[in-house]
Design a protein around this ligand. Structure first.
Ligand SMILES: Cc1cc2nc3c(=O)[nH]c(=O)nc-3n(C[C@H](O)[C@H](O)[C@H](O)COP(=O)(O)OP(=O)(O)OC[C@H]3O[C@@H](n4cnc5c(N)ncnc54)[C@H](O)[C@@H]3O)c2cc1C
Length: 661
């Protein structure tokens, strides 16, 4: 078997993989990057709405700071996030936007003077400051307190990904596309790279590396209707899980986006609502203010999705042959706005629905959208249990999203984590103590194992059909592990998935060619996907509370007393039919923002015993330090800067916060 040796193996050519590859390469390490598809076709390209960063350029963002971004993110996460990581993130995000601008990302810009916007269905004139002329613009998105989401029209991910990909080419990163990592090479305590299959020839190659980074994106295709691309099957999640050593964090935390078009499931951006679009029911009634008087259409995604499903269950959905749905009305934004700021939305409506959204309402319903769960890491992006393994982006549980990630925080996470984790990978490679002699015996053994697994599929006598198993898995997840969950349905889902997993060990393929063979690909992927589906459903069954996107009808309260913890799923025994779950406590006494009400959604939760104590402590520090600058106060409450690489610790300049302090 051919063996390729490199310093850093990056598995995934989306925004996260590209950015961390650039970081490590700039520090002098060889980087080899693998991708299923040409990196510019990664799923990051589909992000429409934008990237959150507290630049405070637009008038509606005036006064925005890292502190407000931090608070929005932690509340959004329903206190599931690691607050140190959120701080690292909000401090770095403005730098990431500016770096991308310097690399040529064509961010939409501010024009000074008056402009008309729609806020809460009213036309309002706002005036942009002279000094903001030409600076990066921001839109209302993600239910944030300030307008903070930077965008490139509604093709933000496309523009960011092309910029990052061009940068990776310029930095001479070795990009190997149409290659699929099948298994990590490891000895139970250290990772040495991966066994990789060439999707064209079928050849297996060993990639050996000092550091291996998983940046493979989400796992949306565990569900039948998802906004995710067909390649988002969670194969990076499976790489870690199947080591038996590296756990996945919070797999039950799955986000459903409120506005996927019916029936295709293609997303129309939250920017539609951010820019003033409204949700209407079968009678044309704008129902969100009835449920959420404060945030209305702009409450967090988990809340809006639940309200929509609730409204449909009350019989207020519009009927169609694909089931009931609601309407997204952006006609009130006007043709000019739609053709300039929501061009992709217009194209999607024309191509997939045959309607003009400047004239007609868009049929929408919630669909699976984002995978908060992922490969559990330290704030440095390193696995805690498998040395030499890192993860970043949607594939990781870093964990800044907790149980609900905010719109615009995900593309931001990819590049920010890329910047931070890229530095830590470079540090890891710089450390002479982390070098190793290539364990050729182990490498060969892993190669042989993967070859044997493929041979069982290609030459064996299995009788199960992989496509059928995939459909049954997706149906089970959609039926039993969706927006509203209950113990009964979850138990049914887990049992069905266990049955599917057993059946998946007996798959046979009719197409027996080793090279280009979609049936073979589906066969080995579905075996892994069913395991992931079990981490989601079993994690959801055990978590007897409601938090963020995880809503249990039978346990409708957030329970900080019992459940202020992160689920860790291990798959230690390949013959098992369930993951082993362990839990990681979140320490309230270390939180900058102790748990409380999110500001929208239900106001009922069970407090953690430490919450009042910590809340009083934080309040005392704030009062004692009243009058001191906000950085000093923040540092006294929860110091985090030493967790950032030194080069990223600087303050962020704003129009109202020049850096001549
Ligand atoms: C329709 C849509 C719109 C969105 N809009 C926004 C938005 O406006 N704002 C926002 O913040 N977020 C948005 N998101 C979320 C955001 O786009 C993603 O979370 C983010 O782009 C993921 O980036 P990534 O680099 O982690 O992964 P991806 O971009 O998904 O890249 C994954 C890479 O891994 C590769 N890969 C996968 N498995 C393997 C394997 N086994 N071997 C080798 N390579 C592999 C793939 O080829 C790909 O290159 C949106 C998501 C969707 C679905």
């Amino acid at each position: 078997m051919k063996t390729i040796v490199t310093d850093v193996l990056v598995i995934g050519g989306g925004l996260a993989g590209l950015r961390l590859g650039v970081g490590a390469k700039r520090r002098g390490h060889d980087v080899t990057l693998l991708s299923l598809v040409p990196p510019k076709r990664s799923h990051s390209a589909a992000a429409q709405g934008g990237m959150q960063a507290s630049l405070a350029n637009v008038i509606k963002g005036q006064g925005d700071t890292e502190d407000i971004h931090f608070e929005d993110t932690v509340r959004g996460s329903d206190w599931g996030a690691d607050q140190d990581v959120v701080r690292m993130f909000v401090n770095t995000s403005p730098k990431a936007v500016r770096e991308l601008a310097a690399w040529g990302c064509p961010w939409s810009r501010i024009t000074k003077g008056d402009r008309e916007v729609i806020i809460n269905s009213q036309k309002v004139t706002i005036t942009e400051r002279d000094e903001a002329q030409g600076l990066i613009a921001q839109r209302d998105f993600g239910g944030t307190k300030k307008w903070r989401t930077c965008y490139v029209s509604d093709g933000t991910g496309h523009a960011m990904l092309f910029t990052a990909s061009d940068r990776a080419i310029a930095e001479k990163i070795d990009i190997h596309e149409r290659k699929e990592a099948l298994a990590l090479i490891h000895d139970g305590s250290r990772c040495y790279g991966a066994i990789v299959r060439d999707l064209i020839t079928g050849e297996l190659v060993a990639y050996v590396a000092k550091a291996t980074a998983i940046a493979t994106g989400g796992a949306g295709r565990l569900y039948r209707v998802s906004t995710n691309a067909v390649i988002c099957e969670g194969m990076g999640h499976a790489l870690a899980l199947e080591t038996g050593v590296a756990p996945l964090g919070n797999m039950e935390a799955v986000q459903f986006h409120p506005t996927a078009i019916v029936p295709a499931g293609i997303l129309v951006t939250e920017g539609c609502r951010g820019d003033g679009g409204l949700l209407r029911d079968v009678d044309g009634h704008r129902f969100m203010p009835d449920y959420e008087p404060e945030k209305k259409e702009l409450a967090s995604r988990d809340v809006v999705s639940r309200r929509m499903e609730e409204h449909i269950l009350k019989g207020k959905g519009a009927k169609s042959r694909f089931g009931d749905h609601l309407w997204l009305d952006i006609t009130l934004l006007g043709r000019h706005h739609i053709e300039h700021n929501l061009r992709e939305v217009k194209e999607i409506c024309e191509s997939f629905l045959g309607i003009d959204p400047a004239e007609k309402w868009i049929p929408v319903r919630p669909a699976q959208h984002y995978t908060m769960g992922g490969v559990r890491t330290n704030p440095t992006g390193e696995s805690r249990t498998l040395k030499g393994l890192f993860a970043a982006g949607e594939a990781a549980c870093w964990d800044m999203h907790g149980f609900n990630r905010l719109g615009g925080n995900s593309v931001a996470e990819t590049v920010v984590a890329g910047m931070i984790v890229g530095e830590y990978i470079a540090d890891f490679c710089d450390n002479i103590g982390n070098s190793f002699d290539i364990p050729m015996g182990l490498v060969k053994e892993f190669g042989r194992r993967e070859e044997a697994k493929l041979n069982v599929l290609l030459k064996g006598t299995g009788t199960e059909n992989a496509f059928k198993l995939n459909m049954e898995m997706q149906d089970t997840m959609t039926r039993c592990v969706g927006i509203f969950r209950s113990g009964e349905a979850l138990q049914e889902g887990v049992a069905k998935l266990q049955e599917l997993l057993v059946r998946s060990r007996n798959i046979g393929v009719s197409n027996r060619v080793p090279g280009v063979n979609p049936e073979l690909v589906m066969a080995y992927r579905v075996q892994k996907m069913i395991k992931l589906a079990l981490t989601v459903s079993y994690g959801a069954l055990q978590r007897t509370e409601s938090r963020g996107a995880h809503f249990r009808r039978d346990f409708p309260h957030r329970d900080d007393q019992q459940w202020l913890k992160r689920t860790l799923s291990f798959w230690r025994d390949d013959n098992a039919t369930l993951p082993e779950l362990e839990y990681e406590d979140l320490d309230v006494m270390k939180m900058e923002l102790p748990p409380g009400w999110r500001g929208y959604g239900a106001k009922d939760y069970i407090d953690h015993p430490d919450t009042p104590k910590r809340a009083a402590e934080v309040e005392e520090i704030k009062q004692r330090m009243a009058g001191q600058d906000r950085y000093a106060v923040q540092n006294a409450i929860m110091s985090y800067t030493d967790k950032l690489p030194a080069k990223l610790r600087g303050l962020n300049e704003r129009i109202d916060e020049p850096l001549d302090r």
